[in-house]
Design a protein around this ligand. Structure first.
Ligand SMILES: [Zn+2]
Length: 506
């Protein structure tokens, strides 16, 4: 058998198996398929797709993933029972690279209270399970469940038997999240010693986060010689979860001096897949989560913002782009024009002074009212200001109230021509009709909110609209002295340039 590359760390993702076993998570087949395809694109080596014996739905999902995925090995979990192994075999039938993962608990507490078997009986059952699995699938992985609470001598005996029987990968799970980095490194070293004469065997780590050490333990195991790491996106999994894939991968990448290993992971996809898994599982990612949290590359304090504007390395050890995120200087009501302009620059948006001022005023009004403004919203404000300029609002006259408003306005197109329009109805309806009449652009009003607000000593109006302009839905915001003017600006700023065949109405 081939000896594995000692510098390659195999990434075994179990989001769809251990992750899906989290209380409160239940993924349907379509969601599992979407995640499996994203894991394939991410570059994981193995996708553990489920536990086929658990339910017909699980079997169906593993089978669907097996058919859909070609790059990574697709793995199915089975106890050392014939029924489980047959179910896994059936589920993996269409896999390009099937892997069967059999396990049995080896710790005294599990032997006594769960399996009610002696150590010798456990060894015997493991041997039978492995033999059956190997008949069904050439690539077999064996796990000694609760390995970290198993007597080291017995653990060595079981894994040696497994590898001598033909198993390619032996997993040493910290099933209950009990071990510590130093202790786990010793466990893995002792397994390595037991398998010294079997250089083709890959030792795998699988850690749970009950004491918050899943990633640290996994990495300690890797430093001690393990070359497969089992993990999940966002660290989801039973109880407190598993080791987070994104943290392991970025630790190895960022601290290559400590772990001189390569993975096949395309790290730029980490933020995207984290969002996908979060949406499908309903488990939101905390803002302070390492690597993929919304604040992982965010800086709000002035000193940090200043440092990061000079060089991101002052306060960041990973470039945000490496994980598909972007550094964000969180802009709040205390941020100045300079920080605002810099923030936009960083995203490739350059505004003319007038548009910049108008975007900055809209942003300040929102930040004052609602606290931090999220990135997407700031970009929308900037885009709206950028679009402004095709048309200039010369005059807005508004009379009436409620459902009987009337608006008359004058717009000037860039070529200097003046266009007049009028409209009636509620204030937004009247504005949309008047803008449409003046510009000749078809405008469908979808949603609209406008209000007068106190800003500093005075008042100003803000408007937020969503409109369909020809075939595109756009949203705009504006602040102005009156609600009618704010609405006019919110819409006019999104208008395209006048077309050649524009009929001027007046
Ligand atoms: Zn687990």
């Amino acid at each position: 058998m081939e000896t594995p590359d000692p510098e390659r760390l195999i990434v075994f993702d179990t989001t769809l198996r251990d992750g899906e076993q989290s209380p409160g998570i239940s993924l349907n087949v379509a969601q599992k398929l979407e995640i499996a395809r994203a894991l394939e694109a991410l570059g994981v080596d193995v996708i553990e797709a489920g536990f086929p014996a658990a339910s017909p739905g699980d079997l169906q999902a593993v089978s669907a993933v097996a058919s859909a995925v070609a790059g990574p090995a697709v793995c199915a979990l089975a106890r050392c029972h014939e029924g489980d192994i047959r179910a896994a075999e059936q589920a993996l039938r269409t896999a390009a690279r099937p892997r069967m993962h059999v396990f049995i608990a080896t710790s005294p507490i599990h032997r006594r209270h769960k399996l009610k078997l002696t150590a010798a009986q456990v060894l015997q059952r493991a041997r039978q399970g492995i033999r059956l699995a190997l008949e069904a699938c050439p690539d077999v992985q064996f796990s000694a469940e609760d390995a970290t609470r198993t007597e080291p001598g017995f653990l060595a005996e079981v894994v040696t038997m497994a590898v001598e029987s033909g198993v390619r990968t032996v997993n040493i799970p910290d099933t209950v999240g009990y071990t510590t980095p130093v202790e786990y490194a010793q466990t893995i070293e002792s397994v390595c010693r037991a398998l010294r004469s079997q250089p083709h065997a890959v030792i795998s780590v699988h850690c749970h986060d009950d004491l918050g050490m899943a990633v640290a333990n996994s990495l300690a195991g890797v430093a001690a010689g393990a070359r497969q790491v089992e993990c999940t996106i966002n660290g989801i999994g039973e109880r407190a979860g598993n080791a987070a894939l994104e943290e392991i991968v970025m630790a190895v990448r960022t601290r290559h001096d400590r772990w001189p290993l390569r993975t096949g992971i395309e790290s730029r996809r980490l933020t995207g897949i984290s969002g996908l898994v979060s949406r499908h599982t309903g488990f939101t990612v905390p803002p302070n989560k390492a690597i993929v949290g919304a604040n992982a590359f965010a800086h709000e304090s002035g000193i940090h913002q200043h440092g990061v504007l000079g060089d991101t390395r002052t306060y960041e050890i990973i470039r945000a782009e490496e994980v598909g995120a972007s550094t964000s200087l969180v802009l709040g009501k205390h941020s100045g024009r300079h920080a605002f302009e810099n923030w936009l620059h960083g995203r490739g948006v350059t505004l003319q002074p007038r548009a910049l001022e108008s975007a900055f005023q809209v942003f300040k009004a929102e930040a004052d009212r609602a606290g931090p403004v999220d990135d997407r919203r700031i970009l929308a404000i900037a885009r709206a200001a950028q679009a402004a300029g095709e048309w200039r609002v010369l005059d807005v006259r508004s009379v009436g109230a409620g459902k009987a408003c009337r608006i008359e306005l004058e717009l000037q197109s860039r070529d200097g021509r003046v266009h007049r329009g009028c409209g009636a109805g509620t204030l937004p309806e009247a504005v949309a009709a008047a803008v449409s009449g003046a510009s000749g652009v078809e405008i469908g009003l979808l949603t609209c909110a406008h209000e007068l607000q106190s800003i500093g000593d005075g008042t100003q109006a803000s408007a937020r609209v969503e409109v369909r302009i020809v075939d595109t839905v756009r949203s705009g915001v504006a602040v102005a002295p009156s609600e009618a003017e704010a609405l006019v600006h919110a819409i006019v700023d999104m208008l395209p340039a006048p077309s050649g065949r524009l009929e001027v109405t007046s």
